[in-house]
Design a protein around this ligand. Structure first.
Ligand SMILES: Nc1ncnc2c1ncn2[C@@H]1O[C@H](COP(=O)(O)OP(=O)(O)O)[C@@H](O)[C@H]1O
Ligand SMILES: [Mg+2]
Length: 374
């Protein structure tokens, strides 16, 4: 199959790397003018008039990026299969549509309100009770376009700092940890789940994902499976869907979802029988899904901003290095290291060993290092 991918970043690169062994080829559609996939063919289209040329080169279309005009995906869907369907894109790129759908499907979320002025932001902060998190309704990623308000008096400053005309204001969740669930649905409607991962963010950017999440109760895992199953069904979804959640005292609250392979699923490259990338390719090309079982315990360590001492990491017998061939820049995702181990104790030790060669890596503050019970 000739697979067309909307977006041309590292997720697209890894989709292609997983898709070649199944005899697929890849064409990327880039609207940013700054493609980094570095693999396959790229159609750069900043004006939006090369969609036809892109479609002529592919058998089907999928995404690695959700912040592009939904009309483009809808137009493409009239001439080629687009998986997942454009409605998934529409919901995931708009926090209000996303949280409204969660509510309709009975998926718990933090309490939220919309704000379209500094004054309505202040009012929302008063009504919800501070602290609250204000987020741009569209275009947010890696914690960009967000501010925490400690008091309604912060509204003016937060409004100006975010600089968008519509914000979602959410009650701040005092979570014990962040987790995510990745599931995949085939064109026949089969669904497979990866074990949930525990995620550590630093300054809004994912730094570590541990899978399977330590000490996760079977009930919570089943609860999350039910939420994502409802979303897959509602959206008649084909491909990989990721759901980010907060774990609080014995319950889960949904944060957001992504209609694509996800950074918190990179551990599956060596840590699962079939990676999220291969399973996404299998799903969108109409093939049976692969086994999602873990091969052991793993942790993904993101390489952010600078490459650090990659050579030293490559000497470690348990580390798998993936580089995206991107220039160093503060806060930029440049690659990741997957670490495998047989026990959580060994995993912690190995991850800390890797992190010492990556400057700016935050402390591994998670349930591997905390002594208090979750
Ligand atoms: N309501 C909230 N309460 C507490 N922390 C939050 C809340 N919303 C977001 N955060 C923190 O900010 C991070 C980024 O927010 P998120 O909504 O996932 O935006 P992005 O689209 O940038 O990933 C989350 O992973 C979490 O650490
Ligand atoms: Mg997020």
């Amino acid at each position: 199959m000739r697979i067309g991918v909307l977006g041309a970043g590292q997720l697209g690169r890894m989709l292609a790397l997983a898709g070649y062994p199944l005899a697929n080829t890849f064409v990327f559609y880039d609207m940013s003018g700054n493609p980094s996939a570095g693999i396959g063919e790229v159609v750069t289209d900043q004006s939006g008039d090369k969609a036809e040329a892109f479609l002529a080169r592919v058998d089907l279309v999928t995404y690695e990026f959700e912040h592009l005009p939904v009309e483009i995906a809808e137009t493409m869907a009239r001439s080629k299969p687009v998986h997942p369907a454009p409605r998934a894109l529409q919901v995931c790129q708009n926090r209000e549509a996303e949280k409204t759908l969660f509510g309709r499907l009975g998926i718990p979320t933090p309490r939220w309100q919309m704000a379209d002025s500094a004054e309505s932001l202040r009012q929302a902060a008063e009504e919800l009770g501070c602290p609250v998190v204000a987020k741009s309704n569209t275009e947010g990623y890696d914690g960009k376009g967000q501010a925490v308000l400690r008091s309604p008096d912060d509204a003016e400053q937060a409004w100006n700092a975010i600089g968008h005309d519509r914000l979602m204001v959410e009650k701040f969740v005092n979570f014990s940890r962040e987790v995510s669930l990745i599931a995949v649905r085939s064109s026949d409607g089969d669904v497979a789940f990866y074990p949930m991962a525990e995620n550590v963010h630093h300054e809004g950017i994912l730094r570590y994902s541990i899978a399977p999440a330590p000490r996760l109760s079977r009930e919570l895992e089943e609860e999350a499976d039910g939420y994502i199953r409802a979303l897959l069904h509602e959206l008649d979804y084909v491909g990989v869907l990721a759901l980010e959640l907060f774990e609080t005292d014995k319950s889960l609250v949904a944060n957001e979802m992504a209609p694509r392979v996800h950074n918190s699923g990179h551990w599956t490259m060596e840590g699962a029988m079939t990676s999220q990338f291969e399973n996404h390719i299998r799903a969108v090309t109409g093939l049976p899904l692969g086994n999602t079982a873990p091969r052991g315990l793993s942790c993904m360590v993101n390489i952010i901003g600078e490459h650090g001492n990659i050579k030293r990491i490559l000497e470690l017998p348990y580390a798998h290095v993936h580089l995206y061939d991107k220039e160093e820049r503060p806060g930029r995702k440049l690659g990741h290291v997957n670490v495998l181990a047989d026990s959580y104790e060994e995993l912690r030790w190995r991850v800390e060993n890797v992190a010492q060669f990556l400057p700016g890596s935050p402390e591994l503050d998670c349930s591997l290092t905390r002594t208090s019970p979750l």
